[in-house]
Design a protein around this ligand. Structure first.
Ligand SMILES: [Zn+2]
Length: 469
């Protein structure tokens, strides 16, 4: 026997033997061959990303699950632990795109079909890494049942549920402002945006009233978006501007006439108390625009270049357009001042490019009717959810009561009728723009307190009045 224990030699050998003997499979019969009547115990492994490698968090979760699984297996319960991995769409795309870049090509040159084929290629080459690591951890999964989230079966299940919910009007599409990375050509969740403060300028720009009787000055850190302005907003209680609400101003450099509107979202203390409203390029402005039925004029495209809507500035990148426009505003006398200002910038977590808030069609799920049965279960202290509504297909096919270890689910004997498609469901709050909570600049930590909006696109202070940015 060796003097020192060598896990590399011992553990894989023993694990292989466990696996070959079928010890990780559920025991469906008892020792004397009778059906195992004990209640089953099953865990679906939360699938790790196929692009990653396991870390301590996975090891911790896997250990907890393995303890429960082995305990139930030893009591004689039919016990199953289903392993799997997650296709991690965007992460996988990035890895494969990096390979393509090394080969001097990209996904656009390849085309969708060949690109998808390359992704599957990659999965075939590296996809087993995660399961090998899990085996080294000693987890007692039934590997014959390993699943991948893009397997035909799981994909069909996702499609089925998606289509069903869509037909019932519970899934719908709508325009929302998203975080867009012009380099990755991808929408980012709030979690994928890094925040930093950069020195910049706050510019004061005068918009003359159409009747020539005066002007209103706004402050902006992003003058290039002036081209997409569709209103000026002031606070309804602001005495300075009370008489101006409802009147029109001339958009400098463009000449378009836009209205002055009153909106509670405007902070009277910010800048001059009057803000420009660019619904297509700022989340707060998007909401102001929706409240006042303002048009959305997209002047910056998905490639971060000015669109045809930007008139003489079309084709310039957003920074060139800013310089050119500032020079023009200065020449015409519309630029009345500029002060140093710290600008909160959002950058792409993957490539560092400054993100651009843009309007894009997004999918939403109307949650209240789906959440109600779960909320009721929690309130009534139940561990099972009694469906208040049975989805079409299953109700049509099933006339009998359903037995479950937790009791009998009442049978719905009413004849099944096709769901009537709902008209436009109430606007949902998109995931990326929920009530903001405090986040410490430059880090992912957060004190979790609600943040008030400063009337611009970013929250400034949390409820504890900590100055954030
Ligand atoms: Zn990026």
């Amino acid at each position: 026997m060796d003097k020192t224990y060598n896990p590399q030699e011992v553990e894989p050998r023993i694990y292989k033997w466990w696996e070959e003997q079928g010890y990780f499979k559920p025991r469906l019969t008892t020792a004397d061959g009778a059906p195992n009547e004990r209640p089953p115990f099953v865990i679906s492994m939360p699938p790790p990303n196929v692009t990653g490698s396991l870390h301590l968090g996975h090891a911790l979760t896997a250990t907890m699950e393995d303890i429960m699984i082995r305990y139930h297996r030893m009591t004689g319960d039919p016990t199953l632990w289903v392993p799997g991995s997650d296709h991690a769409g965007i992460a996988t795309q990035i890895v494969v795109e990096r390979e393509l870049r090394d080969e001097g090509t990209d996904r656009y040159a390849l085309g969708r079909e060949r690109f998808v084929e390359r992704v599957w290629d990659w999965k075939r080459r590296y996809g087993s890494r995660i399961s090998e690591q899990n085996r080294r951890l000693g987890v007692s999964c039934d590997w014959d049942r390993e699943r991948f989230t893009l397997d035909a079966g799981l994909s069909a299940a996702v499609r089925e549920v998606f289509v069903r919910l869509h037909e019932e009007g519970l899934i719908y599409r709508d325009d929302r402002i998203i975080n867009w990375c012009p380099r990755c050509a991808s929408a980012l969740s709030d979690l994928e945006v890094e925040h930093e403060d950069r020195p910049g300028k706050l510019y004061h720009v005068a918009y003359p009233l159409t009747d020539g009787s005066g002007q209103i000055t706004v402050a902006t850190t992003r003058p290039e978006t002036i081209l997409g302005d569709t209103a000026i907003a002031v606070h309804p209680d602001d005495p300075r501007y009370k008489d101006l609400v409802g009147r029109d101003v001339v958009l400098p450099a463009v000449g378009r006439h836009i209205p002055i509107v009153a909106d509670d979202a405007v902070e009277q203390e910010f800048g001059t108390g009057a803000v420009k409203v660019t619904p297509a390029h700022d989340p707060t402005d998007f909401e102001i625009g929706a409240r006042h039925h303002l048009p959305r004029i997209q002047v910056i495209g998905f490639d971060a270049r000015m669109t045809a809507e930007a008139g003489p500035y079309a084709g310039l990148n957003r920074y060139e357009a800013r310089e050119r426009l500032l020079a023009d505003l200065d020449a015409s006398g519309a630029l009345t001042g500029a002060e140093d200002y710290t600008i909160p910038i959002g950058t792409c977590e993957r490539c560092g490019t400054v993100i651009e808030p843009l309007i894009s069609k997004q999918w939403f799920v109307h949650m209240p009717p789906l959440a109600a049965p779960a909320i009721a279960a929690v309130r009534e202290g139940r561990t099972t959810i009694i469906p208040e509504r049975t989805i079409g297909v299953s109700r049509a096919n099933c006339g009998g009561a359903t037995a479950s270890p937790h009791g009998t689910v009442p049978t719905d004997t009413s004849p099944w009728t096709a769901p009537t498609p709902r008209p436009a469901p109430p606007a949902a709050v998109p995931i990326s723009h929920r009530t903001p909570t405090c986040s410490t600049p430059g880090s992912r930590r957060s004190c979790g307190l609600l943040v008030r909006w400063a009337g611009r696109s970013r929250p400034t202070t949390c409820a504890a009045s900590t100055l954030l940015r």
